[in-house]
Design a protein around this ligand. Structure first.
Ligand SMILES: Cc1ncc(C[n+]2csc(CCOP(=O)(O)OP(=O)(O)O)c2C)c(N)n1
Ligand SMILES: CC(=O)[C@@H](O)[C@H](O)COP(=O)(O)O
Ligand SMILES: [Mg+2]
Length: 636
């Protein structure tokens, strides 16, 4: 009878505890760690599939390398839950992605074992090389180790780093975590290359062929076959792409076989004098059948029942902006064959999958390559198509120069569909769509819209489709709409024109985007104090509806603008107009409400907006303060 297992994971607080263990105990530790991650994420939700894919890797890397002196950099960092359990954060792992809890990604401020933060992909090799360069110039730091996925290594930035690392020749460890999945199934020639590389080592394949042929030949010919086999098996496999770039390539190895991992990492650590790429083949969702069997390997899950894998998802109160976008894009594409969709490895998240399923030839998934996605869209626009380039606000930051240099400067009619605009909740500051209005409004030729609800989204998509005179951007938030009545189809809006929602006299609340509901609620609170309030929806940050703004500032004592974005966005545009036209003369008190000049940690979107001072009550208080009304009485 097997002796009852003594729990191993309970003996681990930090990686130094792992380094005292036998290889067998490390393997058991990994099994227990997997169970712990499944249990924790069933309570918190999060990126389960990726984390389960690196359980053995996390144990082996921390057991072999001297972290935190050696710098372990996780690419994206969404797979870091096992790493966090092993590095002194097991007691907080069930606070993951929650207000005042652990970040869902690696974060320098959280632990010395997180030497470099992440969340946007493909940065790990650059960062790890930076640590290696610091070491080689005498800084007190050890090896740089980057763990990067097959999806993330498809991004241009990863090649920039590989190219530089191969040239520098610094001792560096890149562990390619190849689970043949991105969020969706991986795309691109690189993915195909890696699949070939990871399926079998070329030598093994060739040897099998040679053996197979020789065994069927008559004796005299078999000698010739033996000679052929010598040639074949003696044949050096062609160098991999990574070796051509100056790396020592080791692999493919089984990323779940603890012995193989430990042997390989120990040997590489002992012998490496330059950059080494270790190709580990893993399974996304490994060890949890609901994840392994699901289409997306449980990439991002809600809380779930461990026994069944069933996720706790509440019924939506209204359609999601993403869902409305996907359906509307399909219906517009059915009417206009010049409409195409472009996504950077996020067909599901952006909703472009709806068009992709119906018209696969009209959708281009370029992989994690936002820079390419933008300029590719620009080329298609120049070629006469109507590209709807759908990229989350924070990820679009990756393609900013392409927006400036390839789109705006050439005035090409690319339609930027910017989802996850504003605060997104559990993904925290790295994924906050805070800056798109600020970074787009300064660009000549650019038109910038934000929809107040899902019906407005439909109208603004129709407006974008009709806008052939230059680039146009439409931003909308993560999650559900307001439940507003939906139009049969979109009507083309007049560019640069806002709309009055309700007329008043004393206070004007001018909303840009999906904070209109909060503005309406603030108006109700102000009316309860006997004030007369105008509420307007700007619809456009560029070009501004200056006639509307001039009217609001002339007819009211207070003008409050509100937006789900950082300073120098919509409010900045309004203040610039008022200052340039000499209207900031104090007759009307102007206050622009926006996200604060700091990053806001993860929480629910409502809690994050409260932290940002953007609730309906905050808006009302700002108006009262601007009127000189004692806010304390207002709170009573
Ligand atoms: C710049 C950027 N674009 C898109 C994303 C969204 N994203 C997060 S993880 C992921 C797929 C990563 O695939 P891979 O590197 O293979 O890791 P795995 O999830 O398979 O472990 C994507 C597209 C991102 N985090 N950063
Ligand atoms: C890790 C990553 O960057 C993505 O998985 C992101 O978390 C998706 O965000 P949504 O959940 O808003 O689609
Ligand atoms: Mg992958």
């Amino acid at each position: 009878m097997d002796r009852p297992h003594t729990p191993i994971l309970d003996q681990v607080t930090y990686p130094s505890d792992l380094r005292r263990m036998s290889d067998a105990d490390l393997a058991q530790c990994a099994d227990e760690l997997r169970a712990e991650v499944i249990s924790a994420v069933s309570e918190t939700g999060g990126h389960l599939g990726s984390s389960l894919g690196v359980v053995e890797l996390s144990v082996a890397i921390h057991a072999v390398f001297n972290t935190p002196y050696d710098k372990l950099v996780w690419d994206v960092g969404h797979q870091c839950y096992p790493h966090k359990v092993l590095t002194g954060r097991r007691d907080r792992i069930r606070t993951l992605r929650q207000k005042d809890g652990l970040s869902g990604f690696t974060k320098r401020a959280e632990s010395e074992y997180d030497p470099f933060g992440a969340a946007h992909s493909s940065t790990s090799i650059s960062a790890a090389l930076g640590f290696a360069a610091a070491r080689d110039l005498g800084e007190a730091t050890g090896d740089g180790i980057a763990v990067i996925g097959d999806g993330s290594i498809s991004a241009g930035m990863a090649y920039e780093a590989l190219n530089n690392a191969g040239d520098l020749g610094a001792r560096l460890f890149v562990i390619l975590n190849d689970n043949e999945m991105s969020i969706a199934p991986p795309v691109g020639a690189m993915s195909t290359y890696l699949s070939n590389l990871s399926s079998k080592s070329p030598l093994a394949t060739l040897k099998e062929i040679a053996d197979g042929v020789a065994s069927h030949l008559p004796e005299p010919l078999r000698h010739g076959a033996d000679r052929a086999r010598e040639l074949v098996t003696g044949h050096q496999p062609s160098a991999t792409l990574f070796e051509h770039l100056g790396f020592t390539y080791i692999g493919p190895i089984d990323g779940h076989n603890m012995d193989e991992l430990l042997t390989t990492l120990r040997a590489a650590k002992a012998r490496a004098t330059g950059p080494v790429l270790i190709h580990a083949v893993t399974v996304k969702g490994k060890g949890y059948s609901p994840a392994e069997l699901s289409d997306d390997c449980y990439h991002g899950v809600a809380k779930f029942d461990v026994a069944t894998g069933v996720q706790a998802k509440s019924a939506p109160n209204a359609p999601s902006y993403t869902g409305v976008f996907g359906k509307t894009l399909l219906s517009m594409a059915e009417q206009d064959n010049r409409i195409v969709g472009v996504t950077a490895a996020m067909p599901g998240g952006t909703g472009i999958a709806t068009l992709q399923k119906a018209m696969p030839k009209r959708v281009f998934d370029v992989g994690i390559a936002e820079q390419h996605a933008v300029t590719f869209s620009a080329g298609m626009a120049a070629g006469g198509l109507k590209p709807f380039c759908a990229i989350y606000s924070s990820f679009l930051q990756r393609g900013y120069d392409q927006i400036v240099h390839d789109v705006a400067l050439q005035n090409l009619p690319v339609r930027f569909m910017i989802d996850r605009a504003g605060l997104v909740g559990a993904d925290g500051p790295t994924h906050a769509g805070a800056f798109d209005v600020s970074y787009l409004c300064g660009l000549p030729n650019m038109t910038v819209m934000a929809c107040a609800d899902e019906a407005e989204l439909v109208h603004m998509m129709a407006t974008a489709a009709a806008h052939d005179s230059g680039p146009i951007a439409l931003r909308y938030p993560r999650g559900e709409g307001t439940g507003v009545e939906m139009p049969e189809s979109g009507e083309v809006l007049e560019i640069g024109k806002g709309r009055i929602i309700q007329e008043g006299r004393e206070v004007a609340l001018l909303s840009f985007g999906a904070h209109l509901e909060e503005a309406k609620d603030a108006a109700t609170a102000l009316e309860a104090r006997g004030l007369s309030v105008t509420v307007a929806d700007a619809r456009f940050a560029k070009p501004l509806d200056t006639a509307l703004i001039d009217r609001l500032i002339n007819d009211h004592s207070v003008l409050i603008t509100v937006e789900q974005g950082a300073m120098l966005g919509f409010g900045g545009m309004v203040l610039h107009h008022l200052a340039a036209s000499g209207q900031l003369d104090g007759r009307c008190a102007v206050r622009c409400l926006h996200l604060p000049d700091r990053f806001i940690d993860q929480a629910s979107p409502a809690d994050m907006y409260a932290d940002a001072g953007l609730t309906a009550q905050d808006i009302a208080h700002q108006a009262l303060e601007a009127l000189g009304v004692e806010v304390l009485t207002a709170r009573a």
